[in-house]
Unconditional design. Structure first.
Length: 71
């Protein structure tokens, strides 16, 4: 596996029909763990959009609509 390759994953999850936020977090070969958005902003400030590598969050609404969100 390449160290900078995207990796697809699956997780068994039963949605109960209510609103939810799903998050994915990565760990690299040096054991660096992807930071939370709050930790990243605390370390780099809120102008680090180009190199933002924080945890990715997805919101699921009651109607099933999925959106990228900052959680």
């Amino acid at each position: 596996m390449l160290s900078t390759a995207l990796t697809r994953f699956r997780l068994a999850w039963r949605w109960n029909g209510g609103p939810a936020v799903l998050q994915s977090r990565a760990t690299d070969e040096t054991r660096y763990i992807q930071p939370t958005r709050a930790a990243l902003i605390a370390n780099r400030g809120n102008k680090a959009i180009y190199h933002f590598n924080g945890i990715t969050s997805w919101s699921i609404a009651e109607n099933g609509e999925v959106k990228h969100v900052y959680a």
